[in-house]
Design a protein around this ligand. Structure first.
Ligand SMILES: Nc1ncnc2c1ncn2[C@@H]1O[C@H](COP(=O)(O)OP(=O)(O)OP(=O)(O)O)[C@@H](O)[C@H]1O
Ligand SMILES: [Mg+2]
Length: 501
């Protein structure tokens, strides 16, 4: 690679929030037509560095050169004028606006003095089709699912004709099929000479698409080099500072035990038809499928977040669940995939977030703040939540640490049945290992767990049994040795033997 392809050079970047320093003299060089991966544990400073380069936050010290010239990126508009565009980890979309309005926000097409809505709609539709989604330009963003929002974020970045495109965990919310679509776009952009800075906790993916890798640990660069010089295990070890090659715990022998949850004849209008499954005590049951298969809607129906009909039994007794609170009283907890939408109160501190669901036990005329504090201590320890301090607003926690907080909140009510939807989204490999151990230990203690996950390895490595959904229906069930990627994909896309169903 020749030296003159260097487009962006960040030199000795440091960043502090008040007394807390989160980046330490970080150097980073980006070259045109190449993908540079930035990896590190949750809270290592990846998003912060990207926000600085995108003009969203000022560095405390250090300099940024573009084409060899020092620049001051006072705001995101200045960065954009310099050809730098950031796809945010926590989406940056206007929920109440349409998809097309979001895509062209601040970049509207004009026809003489007028806004060219027809042109924008056509361009938006073309882009969305290129991204192989069926999202319509006129849909409101708030009606979209999390993965769909991710695709809109990507479309929004693509119309901005970036020379330097930064993607902060773009595939965290995507299945492997959609990720492949994104990688095709990345290849195209590379061929056009765009420099890409990319973060992800999916290290296999980093290995596959990155030309170069920079690894951050606790805000400092530990190593950088060509991606070809690192194995996935080596990347993980450098990130975490210890060996994490045994990602999944030994699956506990799961004996036939009493039924914990039984769902029959279950419908969620518009999403799920005739679902039936049974969950036993001590069992980890996986739900696999493509995005849009109806897994999230089924779970939301079961826990009372969505209008649904059908028969549910908890511990052999018929129950009627109309709200999350009803579910919680029956010992059933739900971890949402949408942590920003209805998972966390991001403007509040950690403590009220953790104790929100179990509030009853902290209220004795007044909220018992000491008990709440102890609960938070326990959560921080159990889930290895890394926060600058206890007063920090949840929105200022790193993405992965927000996810850990959400898990802690779900577990605080000590449920018998736990439904987790994408539990390790955006979580680093070291903490993933801890969460898998935690889930396994819950099962061994006789609790029952449903894991909805788009990560094939997670479903295969963790679950005793896997149910696959396609287009709102349960298409099959796999146990033991039959839980393979091939079998899951076959059931998820609907190919029976050689004939397409
Ligand atoms: N506005 C802020 N105020 C205070 N602390 C902040 C703020 N923004 C980020 N931090 C802290 O800076 C550190 C780095 O966070 P950052 O979001 O860059 O991590 P990350 O590497 O992107 O992690 P993740 O993989 O979880 O997304 C964290 O400790 C975070 O809590
Ligand atoms: Mg981040």
């Amino acid at each position: 690679m020749d030296a003159d392809s260097l487009v962006l050079s960040a030199q000795s970047i440091s960043k502090s929030f008040g007394p807390v320093q989160v980046l330490f003299d970080v150097d980073l060089n980006l070259r045109s037509g190449s993908v540079h991966a930035l990896i590190g544990e949750n809270g290592a400073g990846k998003s912060t560095l990207m926000k600085i380069l995108g003009g969203y936050q000022p560095a405390s010290s250090g300099s940024i050169l573009i084409d060899g010239m020092q620049v001051r990126l006072a705001d995101s508009a200045t960065a954009e004028a310099n050809g730098i565009v950031l796809i945010h980890q926590e989406f940056n979309l206007a929920e109440q606006l349409t998809v097309e309005a979001n895509i062209f926000l601040g970049r509207e097409l004009h026809n003489g003095p007028f806004l060219d809505w027809r042109g924008m709609r056509a361009r938006a539709r073309t882009l969305l089709r290129e991204l192989e989604t069926d999202i319509e330009p006129q849909q409101r963003v708030r009606e979209l699912s999390v993965p769909q929002k991710q695709m809109v974020e990507i479309a929004k970045a693509l119309v901005r004709d970036a020379r330097i495109l930064m993607m902060d965990e773009p595939t965290a919310a995507l299945t492997s099929k959609e990720s492949q679509v994104l990688f095709k776009q990345i290849e195209k952009l590379k061929a056009q000479g765009v420099a890409i800075l990319y973060t992800s906790h999916k290290l296999e993916e980093v290995k596959a698409i990155a030309d170069n890798v920079t690894i951050l640990r606790d805000g400092a660069k530990v190593i950088e080099g060509p991606a070809s010089e690192f194995t996935v295990d080596q990347m993980a070890t450098q990130m975490v500072g210890r060996d994490v090659s045994d990602l999944f715990p030994q699956k506990s022998a799961h004996e036939d035990s009493a039924e914990a949850l039984s769902v029959t004849g279950f419908n969620v209008p518009g999403y799920v038809e005739g679902a039936e499954f049974h969950l036993r005590r001590g069992e980890i049951l996986g739900f696999a499928g493509l995005v849009g298969a109806g897994r999230t809607e089924l779970m939301e129906g079961i826990v009372g977040l969505r209008h649904a009909s059908g028969h549910i039994e908890v511990g052999g007794k018929a129950v009627d669940i109309r709200s999350l609170k009803d579910a919680s009283h029956l010992g059933l907890a739900y971890l949402t995939e949408d942590r920003k939408g209805h998972g966390l109160l991001v403007d509040k501190q950690m403590r009220p977030n953790v104790t929100l669901l179990g509030l009853d036990r902290f209220v004795n005329l007044f909220i018992d703040e000491r008990a709440e504090d102890r609960a938070l201590d326990k959560s921080i320890e159990e889930f290895d939540i890394r926060a600058p301090n206890r007063q920090v607003k949840v929105s200022n926690l790193s993405g992965g640490n927000q996810q850990k907080l959400l898990l802690a909140k779900t577990m605080l009510v000590e449920p018998d049945i736990v439904i987790v939807d994408e539990p390790t989204r955006g979580i680093d490999i070291g903490t993933k290992q801890q969460i898998y151990e935690f889930i396994n230990a819950l099962a061994q203690a006789g609790k029952s767990i449903i894991v909805v996950s788009s990560e094939m390895a997670e479903v295969i490595g963790l679950c005793h049994r896997v149910v696959v959904m396609r287009a709102g229906r349960l298409t099959g069930e796999l146990t033991g040795r039959d839980i393979t990627e091939e079998n899951i994909v076959r059931l998820a896309v609907g190919i029976e033997g050689d004939k397409v169903a």
